[in-house]
Design a protein around this ligand. Structure first.
Ligand code: AMP
Length: 438
């Protein structure tokens, strides 16, 4: 069995792992760390929540610790660069580096947009060993001469598929071109579209390919359920779940910032301790929300997708998709916020009128049907499910209230009740979490 001891990490790095309280490496760590310690390039395909961050941070620190010690009187140079798509992820990686580097004397800094340049410039000038950065802000610093990448020994690109989605690839190419050819590169992406493969092959040299977990499915410890619900009843369903499920803490995902604000406002009014996270919030507000959620001041975090991308908070008991994610990959990422590091999690997805296709795509991608449930008075009346109509049907069939009688409702529209066969109904829980009882 591989243990952290058998990995042979440099002593100060091993001490950092011990302080973090980890007993044994996760599968991606057990596979990736020995390869990275050998100095090889890596192309890692790993789900979120697998321990991916330590898989690249530990060997990176090992290399810096064992490498030549910079002259104490000279300014530190950036020897390791980690490029990430979002500021939340930058903060999370920064935090991990500091945690594992606690006994190494290595200095880390994260730079990202949406916050003042001055402090970042000041700290860059003082010198850092590890720089964690989002692409836009890093380029800004490079162009102004604040950040130089000529001494980078290790380059990490994390969540590369996300960077592709966000249009960062040209920036990435410029950044990579500013680092020395002789370097170690680790490249991580949860999905492997063609553009990512192409980018990886232009950046990596004879990489070891590491795939951990089935990319099609989230962690097995996540219990997944869906509920077909009319758009106008989603708020009632959410409130019901918050009161009836044993929810310790929950991230509620909304498709738009506007809706995230509205949901958060209504929940706060109903007495739930709620924080909101989206890209219109200032950096201070975001940090306040994440910190408050992490510490239990808020039990609910309402977030849009991009904003929630990099949140690393352990023991989230529930993820609720107020809107069905449009892409299966997005679904996997979102629900990957729960059930992390082997703990149990619950993921609940609301499927409204216009979202049935998305749900079907998710099921097709996962090659399985998701379990459906009903809630009396919200998604069903007197034991009959309330049908919802696919939104694309306009003026077609007359809407029927009850699913049982909905067949042949005309206009070619098939009212939707999900698939119940074999899944059974959810037994309603009366387990009211004291935190949520309003
Ligand atoms: P990541 O996939 O890097 O976002 O990590 C997911 C979570 O797992 C983080 O909260 C880590 O602190 C935690 N974690 C990482 N490695 C280990 C480990 N070997 N044992 C226990 N927890 C870990």
């Amino acid at each position: 069995m591989i243990t952290f001891d058998t990995l042979g990490l440099a002593k100060p790095v091993a001490r950092g792992v011990a302080s973090a309280g980890y007993e044994k490496p996760t599968p991606i760590q057990a596979t990736a760390i020995p390869v990275a310690l050998d100095g090889r390039d890596l192309f890692g395909s790993a789900q979120t929540g697998t321990g991916k961050t330590a898989a690249f941070v530990l060997p990176l620190l090992d290399r810096l610790v064992r490498g030549h010690r910079p002259d104490k009187n000279r300014r530190r140079k950036v020897r390791a660069l980690v490029v990430v798509p979002t500021r939340e992820l930058a903060l999370q990686v920064d935090e991990s580096v500091r945690k594992y580097a606690k006994h190494t004397g290595i200095k880390c800094l994260s730079v990202f947009g949406g916050t003042g340049m001055f402090q970042q410039i000041k700290r860059l000038r003082q010198g850092v060993d590890v720089l964690v950065a989002t692409p836009g802000r890093l380029l800004d610093h490079m162009e102004r001469g604040n950040a130089r990448l000529g001494d980078v020994e290790v380059l990490v690109l994390d969540e590369a598929d996300r960077m592709l989605d966000m249009g960062f690839i040209p920036d990435i190419k410029k950044i990579v071109a500013s680092t020395p050819r002789e370097r170690q590169t680790m490249f991580f992406s949860a999905t492997m579209p063609q553009a990512i493969k192409k980018l990886a092959s232009s950046i990596l040299s004879d990489p070891e390919f590491i795939e951990v977990g089935e990319r099609r499915s989230p962690a097995k410890t996540v219990k997944q359920r869906v509920c077909a619900v009319k758009q106008e009843n989603k708020m009632a369903l959410l409130t019901h779940l918050l009161k009836s499920e044993p929810i310790e803490n929950v991230i509620v995902f909304s498709r738009t910032k506007h809706r995230a604000d509205r949901i958060a406002r209504r929940l706060s009014k109903s007495g739930f301790a709620t924080a909101v996270l989206h890209s219109n919030r200032t950096q201070g507000q975001r940090e306040h929300a994440i910190k408050g959620f992490r510490r239990g001041k808020y039990q609910i975090m309402v977030a849009t997708n991009i904003a929630a991308r990099g949140i690393d908070i352990d023991n989230i008991s529930h993820v609720i998709n107020y809107d069905t994610p449009e892409q299966p990959e997005e679904y996997i990422h979102r629900i990957g916020r729960t059930g992390r590091a082997e703990s149990q999690g619950d993921a609940i997805t609301f499927v409204g009128e216009g979202e049935i296709t998305y749900q079907k795509n998710i099921e097709r991608h996962a090659k399985k049907r998701l379990k459906h449930f009903e809630v009396e008075g919200i998604t069903e009346m007197r034991g009959h499910p309330i049908t919802i109509e696919p939104k694309s049907v306009r003026g077609g069939g007359k809407k029927k209230r009850y699913g049982g009688k909905s067949k042949g409702s005309g206009g070619g529209s098939r009212p939707y009740r999900g698939r119940k066969g074999g899944h059974g109904r959810k037994k309603k829980s009366n387990n009211v979490s004291p935190k949520f009882a309003s």
